[in-house]
Design a protein around this ligand. Structure first.
Ligand code: I3P
Length: 128
């Protein structure tokens, strides 16, 4: 059984700053709006927080910051998508519900590591 079902805190796989835009909601195309996002991969989810650095330091309290949104990686699809942006190092994440996000970093090694780690989680969930 999964750690979650035993009431254990899900394992934190990765966290870091990426540029993010949502490009579709339930299969319906959205206008791009790129923003830096603090991205946390924990358990079966990718969780997005507003960039802490862009916030007033007074308002930033690590313990009580609320996620902006969260993505279930079960059944999700990942693909490189440099054709979908003028930016470099872009990949697209599509959820089973038809929400689509582009994630980007100027740092090649960093974006490759994110791609690999997210794909590993998707593959693990596919096998369950
Ligand atoms: C968009 C904005 C985005 C750009 C997008 C533009 O213009 O410049 O950054 O995406 O290109 O339409 P606006 O702010 O007026 O909405 P990229 O940075 O990913 O290229 P697109 O329409 O070719 O996706």
């Amino acid at each position: 059984s999964s750690p979650d079902s035993e009431g254990v805190t899900p394992e934190l796989e990765k966290a870091g700053l990426l540029n993010k835009t949502k490009i579709a909601e339930g299969g319906r195309k959205l206008r791009k709006n790129w923003n830096p996002s603090w991205v946390v991969l924990v358990g079966n989810s990718l969780v997005f927080f507003k960039d802490p650095k862009s916030q007033n330091p007074e308002s930033w309290k690590p313990g009580n910051s609320r996620p902006e949104s969260s993505v279930d990686l079960r059944g999700a699809q990942l693909q490189w998508a440099n054709d979908l942006s003028s930016k470099k190092n872009v990949f697209k994440l599509r959820t089973i519900t038809g929400n689509e996000f582009l994630l980007q970093s100027e740092t090649d090694s960093l974006i490759r590591e994110w791609y690999r780690t997210i794909q590993n989680v998707i593959d693990r969930l596919d096998k369950e």
